[in-house]
Design a protein around this ligand. Structure first.
Ligand SMILES: [Zn+2]
Length: 278
């Protein structure tokens, strides 16, 4: 199938009133496992690369070549996405490497700085055929930040932000936090619906690990187009390794982990798609 942009996928999720999953890729085995899951569910997927990985964990061109090959040979549309970039340099570098979608996270900046820097990224990205996700409101981190309705995304500001930046999608703060929740997260569904109706752009839910399946389905019906999952696959990989590695050869373990990861991603995707296929 084809390498897709976030915008291509939003057209599909808008029509189907559901969401695609974005899963961060740690290594080759995970990328293959994720593509396998997407093909089995028969729905598009987004392979995510956080800015920190580009800087600290692997060579960008090598990883992009690999992901591009997997995407173009997959049976479903696949987008290659930069997750939470806070710098102009990394964002442009990933666009040049061949990413089809980038998130520029200016949520820690002042509102005006966030508008200005995101708009600059959008101008370059759109000229290159790349989609852009911005962040408005502040999605904090479990263990560090509290749920604070004051930092939730405001409808009027979202309208202004979309108009002035031209972003294709918006990560919103609606009761979600990154990392592992120590409480049951409660999403502000009315706010999701209102932001979707007012802006018309794709909406993204970060901090998906730990949100109840039915809440995901409801959020997708009301306007969430993309859900980010990272903590869940990170934790699953660790648990699987501690439980299984002692009794296997490293080769057996690598294959078994990839197979198990396919099942984890498949389960999440089935929830996000609300049972619909391409
Ligand atoms: Zn995030």
């Amino acid at each position: 199938m084809a390498l897709a942009t976030l915008n291509d996928l939003i057209k599909i999720t808008t029509k189907n009133k559901n969401a695609v999953g974005m899963f961060n890729v740690i290594n080759y085995e995970y990328a293959v496992a994720m593509i396998n899951a997407a093909e089995q569910v028969n729905y598009p997927i987004m392979l995510g690369v956080p800015e920190g990985f580009v800087k600290n964990y692997y060579d960008l061109d090598t990883m992009t070549s690999l992901l591009k090959y997997l995407a173009t040979t997959a049976k479903v549309p696949v987008a290659i996405h930069l997750d939470h970039s806070k710098t102009f340099e990394t964002t442009v570098k990933c666009m040049r490497a061949g990413f089809t979608s980038v998130m520029f996270d200016g949520s820690a900046l002042t509102y005006e700085e966030n508008v200005e820097q995101t708009a600059e990224i959008v101008k370059i990205a759109h000229a290159m055929g790349v989609s852009v996700e911005g962040e408005l409101g502040y999605v904090g981190r479990n263990g560090v930040d509290q749920i604070d309705p004051e930092s939730f995304t405001k409808v009027e500001q979202a309208v202004d932000f979309v108009k002035r930046t031209g972003v294709d999608a918006l990560a919103i703060a609606v009761g979600n936090l990154h990392g592992n929740y120590s409480f049951e997260p409660k999403l502000d569904f009315d706010r999701i619906k209102a932001i979707k109706e007012a802006t018309g752009v794709g909406l993204v839910l970060h901090g998906g690990s730990g949100i109840a399946d039915d809440d995901f389905r409801k959020a997708a019906e009301l306007g969430i187009d993309k859900v980010n999952i990272f903590t869940e696959i990170l934790d699953f990989g660790k648990k699987f390794t501690l439980e299984n590695l002692p009794d296997m050869t490293f080769l057996q373990y690598s294959k078994a982990l990839a197979d198990a990861m396919t099942e984890v991603v498949k389960y999440r995707m089935e929830v996000f798609t609300c049972g619909r296929t391409l």
